[in-house]
Design a protein around this ligand. Structure first.
Ligand code: SF4
Length: 352
């Protein structure tokens, strides 16, 4: 069943710290805190828009939900809990800080019908967390994940490659620790410089240089590859495009792209195809046949045919034939060059 998320934005509600990269008002476009009455209206209006059978979730994003006093949490959750009991929605999820999780908080969330908790983790390198002004360390993340999972709730982690002080070594450390924690899912949001943040000031003083789009794609692809290999679902790569994010006044710098997730997937396909050619290209034969699942066509080609053009140039190919084939699994390829036929999936990518 297709998912349908009813987002309820609570910009900075409950936030105990001003994380240097964050300006939820710019990201969500919502300037004022939401009230319980507004939550009720948002849910009713969105439910009205759904005209097919869907798995519907109400999701509270953009603040530190569980840092709010319990009576406020319950007031905001009440319309969603009611809709859940009445069978109009199927789940409630919320995002919060790792240091705002404990047994009492979790017990209350379960009583209100919450089943999915997303933790804003960003990095598992204490130096990076400190530079980002997060106000918690790695241990807080480890404790929070353990408690959320032990309570039987689904646990998701939000990660931000490209924060100040992060390099490849730091990123690899984060990835390894996340794999060890084994959350149910992750979201990967490369750091962008949003207006009216401390990060924007650092950038303007030339004390911070964001990742280029190419660097961010490479880091996100590495993360996605390793998480998926360990059975950790990556439910999003790159911020969801929105009017606010497409407004140039809100994004000062950084690797924002409306199709970031698609570019990451294309990059992984490129590595598979280049890997095959490195090992199997017969010099006299300058033709490559690529069989792929029909739904992967644009990702195999890359944006504006970038993968195909780059392969032709790098390996001096005359012709590349793309052959959509529903017998090939999504995310996989069958590559043929002069009698060599090789099946490729992401597990065969040798990334670093
Ligand atoms: S990242 Fe999370 S905790 Fe930090 S300011 Fe933004 S919403 Fe608040």
């Amino acid at each position: 069943m297709k998912h349908y998320i009813i987002p309820v934005f609570i910009p900075h509600l409950g936030c105990l710290h001003e994380c240097i990269f964050c300006n939820q008002r710019k990201i969500t476009g919502r300037q004022t805190p939401v009230t319980a009455k507004q939550v009720s209206t948002i849910i009713a209006e969105r439910l009205n828009d759904i005209n097919e059978t869907r798995w519907v979730e109400v999701a509270f994003y953009g603040g530190s939900f569980t840092a709010l006093p319990q009576n406020i949490q319950n007031e905001l959750l009440a319309p969603a809990s009611r809709a859940l009991r009445q069978g109009y929605i199927h789940a409630i999820r919320l995002s919060t800080r790792p240091d705002c999780i404990n047994r009492d908080i979790i017990t209350n969330l379960i009583q209100q019908g919450v089943t999915i908790v997303e933790l804003g983790v960003q990095s598992l390198d204490n130096q990076v967390l400190s530079k980002a002004g997060r106000g918690h360390d790695c241990q807080a993340v480890i404790d929070a994940v353990r408690q959320v999972k032990e309570a039987g709730l689904q646990c998701g982690l939000q990660l931000m490659p490209g924060l100040p002080g992060e390099d490849w070594e730091s990123l690899i450390k984060t990835v390894r620790q996340v794999i060890h924690l084994h959350p149910d899912f992750v979201r990967i949001y490369p750091t962008i410089v949003i207006a009216d943040t401390a990060l924007a000031k650092l950038y303007q003083q030339e004390d911070y240089r964001p990742l280029s789009l190419k660097q961010a794609v490479a880091r996100a692809a590495y993360m996605k590859l390793l998480f998926e290999r360990q059975g950790i679902t990556v439910i999003r790569t790159g911020l969801q495009a929105s009017e606010e994010l497409n407004n140039e006044a809100n994004i000062i710098a950084g690797p924002y792209h409306a199709a970031f997730g698609e570019i990451v997937d294309s990059y992984l396909f490129y590595i598979m195809m280049a890997g095959f050619l490195e090992q199997n290209l017969v010099p006299a034969e300058r033709e490559l046949l690529i069989r792929h699942h029909p739904q992967d066509c644009s990702k195999v080609r890359g944006q504006r045919n970038s993968n195909i053009n780059r392969l032709k140039q790098s390996y001096n190919l005359v012709r590349i034939i793309l052959s959509p084939d529903s017998s090939v699994k999504k995310g996989c390829l069958v590559l043929e060059n002069q009698g060599q036929t090789v099946f490729y999936n992401k597990n065969m990518i040798n990334y670093i």
